[in-house]
Design a protein around this ligand. Structure first.
Ligand SMILES: Nc1nc2c(ncn2[C@@H]2O[C@H](COP(=O)(O)OP(=O)(O)OP(=O)(O)O)[C@@H](O)[C@H]2O)c(=O)[nH]1
Ligand SMILES: [Mg+2]
Length: 238
């Protein structure tokens, strides 16, 4: 039997982006005859994202779009756990719903995974044709800097530690989430560090990351301070 893929889409105020990303996932996976489901975890978005999601459920069907909303904004980490509990696929794909992660790359993730039966496949902005678009110098510097320092301290042999576009075997993701302590930005990084510790195999595919067009970005000074703190914590404990 061909494998099934569960795509987790956490949303908070993504009403403009959600219909586009769902359409694109549908388009790319349907033509490739890949079996999938999309699990939308909306955290009570005040912009009415859930209403939009309900319409998508009607359009694409309840077997393709699963709505697993929560009452209020409880954070990304727990949103993944919540979504994962309802996933029926063999593999779980995690991506942002703000169109920073283009669904066309999902096909690359799937192909890469099959090459060596990888436990995890992670998208990388720092290999091959990967890259970022729409970032100003400051944000590039912050991202590069964060990645560089993390590489130096943690030596995980993964080129892009802070990215969040990834594919996991379902049992592997369950195990990883169980062993991760951190929340926030550093969570993605800890996932890779733990994956190495537990001797899971990790494949990488180049992705281009596009800055969000709709909605507001939240990266600010306090996130950077939090990131550095968490990084040092990870360094000290792994
Ligand atoms: N369910 C849920 N989703 C969230 C929460 N916070 C963010 N998201 C979603 O998680 C994904 C990533 O969050 P973003 O806000 O894009 O974070 P970012 O990419 O670091 O920052 P931006 O510059 O704003 O794009 C998006 O699809 C968000 O809608 C949350 O608390 N709950
Ligand atoms: Mg984003």
């Amino acid at each position: 039997m061909s494998p099934k893929y569960s795509i987790l889409l956490p949303t908070y105020n993504e009403k403009e982006n959600l219909p586009v990303i769902v359409y694109l996932i549908h388009k790319y996976l349907e033509i490739s005859e890949i079996e999938y489901e999309i699990i939308i975890i909306d955290d009570g978005s005040p912009d009415g994202t859930l209403e939009v999601a309900k319409q998508l459920e009607t359009i694409y069907g309840k077997d393709k779009i699963l709505l697993r909303p929560r009452g209020k904004k409880l954070g990304l980490g727990t949103a993944y756990i919540h979504g994962m509990k309802h996933a029926t696929g063999d593999f779980i794909i995690i991506m942002d719903a703000d169109l920073s992660h283009h669904p066309k790359f999902i096909l690359d993730f799937i192909k890469k995974q099959a090459e060596q039966d990888y436990d995890v496949v992670t998208g990388s902005r720092y290999i091959g044709n990967g890259g970022v678009s729409g970032w100003d110098f400051k944000r590039k510097l912050v991202s590069r800097g964060a990645n560089f320092v993390s590489q130096l301290l943690l030596r995980p042999k993964v080129s892009d530690l802070t990215g969040s576009f990834r594919l996991y075997k379902k049992p592997v993701l369950e195990k990883l989430i169980e062993s991760c302590i951190s929340k926030g930005y550093v969570f993605q990084m800890e996932m890779m560090v733990r994956a190495r510790q537990l001797n899971y195999t990790i494949g990488e595919v180049p992705i281009t990351f596009v800055d969000r067009v709709y909605g507001e970005s939240k990266l600010g000074g306090s996130e950077i301070v939090q990131f550095v703190k968490s990084l040092l914590y990870l360094f000290a404990t792994t």
